[in-house]
Design a protein around this ligand. Structure first.
Ligand SMILES: [Ca+2]
Ligand SMILES: [Ca+2]
Ligand SMILES: [Ca+2]
Length: 242
């Protein structure tokens, strides 16, 4: 009987969910000047971009909740994304494309260029070494997803700048920043190239820390009970503007 009571209490606690925040919107401006993909966010164009700050919906996670500010821009050739990450301890181990980069200090973007559907989208997870895990994610049945990691983004470029010492855990770092450019050809099966007024959906997130102190921050709360970002119905709006 005692076991049953304990189970009921646990279930009741788990069933309490946080209120769903509104779906966020982001206006992607056109880059006013060229962006050098070197991880340094000193290109003039970034100063004109809107900002998106990641939040920490999962209180159960431990370790310092370090700030991340992301920005997006576009031009005739590419979608550009940058992340500015405060981080006192920058660590990353994986070195090969499609490795498990999410287990490192890593930043991610998920892009759905065809928001009328939420079955498929493109995922890109990049660690503090600039190593890419890119895939096509397809929901094949309710609750069942397949990650097609042999999907490789064509012409993608990533640059990282570490303000501190990578993988030296004895000192205190300031942070790291990452820039990525993604050519439009990669979205062709989903959608025409965007023009001013086009709306796609997306989410941004970051994994930070070393086990057992790991935490995920996210732009649009995925409303998952446990930390997890893969909820395309909760992606925010990416509106392209002039
Ligand atoms: Ca740069
Ligand atoms: Ca870190
Ligand atoms: Ca891949």
């Amino acid at each position: 009987m005692r076991t049953i009571v304990a189970f009921l209490i646990t279930s009741a606690v788990c069933a309490q969910t946080r209120p769903a925040p509104p779906i966020p919107k982001y206006e992607v401006k056109r880059a006013t000047s060229p962006i050098v993909i070197d991880g340094k966010l000193d290109d003039k164009a970034w100063a004109t971009a809107n900002t998106g700050e990641l939040t920490f919906p999962w209180d159960s996670q431990t370790g310092a909740k370090q700030k991340t500010v992301a920005r997006l821009l576009w031009d005739d050739d590419n979608l550009y994304v940058s992340y500015d990450c405060e981080d006192a301890d920058v660590t990353a181990q994986f070195t090969q494309r499609d490795d498990q980069t999410w287990q490192d200090d890593a930043v991610e973007i998920f892009i759905n260029p065809r928001p009328a559907q939420t079955t498929a989208y493109i995922g890109l997870e990049m660690n503090a070494r600039g190593v890419i895990y890119d895939y096509l994610l397809v929901t094949v049945a309710p609750g069942s997803r397949m990650f097609f990691k042999r999907f490789n983004l064509e012409g993608v470029k990533v640059g990282v700048a570490v303000n501190g010492t990578l993988n030296d855990r004895s000192d205190k770092d300031k942070g790291w920043s990452l820039e990525v450019s993604i050519p439009w050809v990669n979205f062709e099966e989903f959608s025409k190239r965007p023009s001013p007024g086009t709306v796609w959906t997306f989410n941004l997130n970051r994994w930070d820390g070393v086990e057992p102190n790991r935490r995920m921050s996210i732009w649009s709360d995925s409303m998952q009970e446990r930390p997890g970002p893969h909820a395309p119905e909760r992606f925010g709006e990416m509106r392209f503007v002039q």
